[in-house]
Design a protein around this ligand. Structure first.
Ligand code: G1P
Length: 274
């Protein structure tokens, strides 16, 4: 069983300045819902109710969002707008939210290691809220948990990207397993390779299931690409032992860490989900 989901949410969101000067990037809304709420809803849909959030300075709004605002509740009680709080109220009732701060920005691997105190010694999910995922049937995390139940090792979600974009992602190589057409045993992974060095165009998106031995590996992982501690490098250690599966998920993903992806997501949700 996967019971906990980790949300690394300490980054500065510099691509969205000045919007992110005083507002966490995870709180930017697609329509009326902040990005991180979509992530939490995806985790709940996958049966997860314990949310572990790695924050940093200036991220207080995230904590306030997943809490009751008595003044606001009082103000809109019985009015025509009250139903607009239904979804977030339901999440607050069903879930617990714990927070820890990443004091220095030393990369995604370091952010995940910072979350160890909230996770402990059990397998867990990771959601990067700026990758917004949607699917008409099962959510991406639900699909990944099914894969985890079968293989009992770390799982990364992947999608094919144009070859000239490999330098934006962790990229994997592997071979299909058990006659599937969507599940690969990973043999290699590289963080943000130049297209000429990329082993494939299969890019990791911001959804992971990690086994807890990843924490010890991360503790011993040297800074890699960009001088940061990379989760991709730590996962490569597991992959060398055949312990990483890459799963080509069903659904759509929007890169809401970029302005283009954010606008695309907004248009898509406006047309299809509203
Ligand atoms: C991170 C990871 C990268 C992964 C990506 C998915 O990069 O380092 O391997 O492909 O998330 O969104 P970031 O987007 O934080 O630069």
């Amino acid at each position: 069983m996967i019971k906990k989901c980790l949300f690394p949410a300490a980054g500065y969101g510099t691509r969205f300045l000045p919007a992110t000067k005083a507002t966490p990037k995870e709180m930017l809304p697609v329509l009326t819902k902040p990005l991180i709420q979509y992530g939490v809803e995806e985790a709940v849909e996958a049966g997860i109710h314990t949310m572990a959030i790695v924050t940093g300075r200036g991220k207080r709004a995230i904590e306030d969002h997943f809490d009751i605002s008595y003044e606001l509740e009082h103000q809109i009680k019985g009015g025509s707008k009250e139903h607009l709080l239904d979804d977030i109220r339901a999440l607050i009732e069903q879930c617990t939210f714990s927070y820890t701060r990443q004091v220095e920005m030393k990369g995604l691997g370091h952010a995940i290691l910072t979350g160890e105190t909230l996770i402990g010694n059990e397998p867990f999910a990771v959601v990067l809220a700026d990758d917004l995922c949607t699917n008409t049937a099962k959510g991406v995390l639900s699909q990944m948990i099914e894969v985890y139940e079968k293989y009992q090792c770390s799982i990364v979600a992947i999608e094919e990207v144009p070859m000239d974009q490999t330098d934006k992602y962790g990229v994997i190589a592997g071979h299909l397993v058990d006659g599937t057409d969507d599940t690969y045993r990973v043999t290699d992974m590289v963080e943000k390779p130049d297209p000429k060095d990329a082993p494939t165009n299969m890019a990791i998106i911001g959804r992971y299931i990690l086994t807890p031995d990843i924490f010890d590996i991360l503790r011993n992982t040297k800074p890699g690409k960009g001088g940061e501690i990379q989760i991709t490098d730590a996962l490569l250690e597991q992959a060398k032992k055949g312990k990483v599966i890459a799963y080509k998920f069903k659904g759509k993903r929007f890169d809401c860490g970029s302005v283009d992806g954010f606008v695309e997501a907004t248009n898509y949700f406006y047309k299809n989900i509203k």
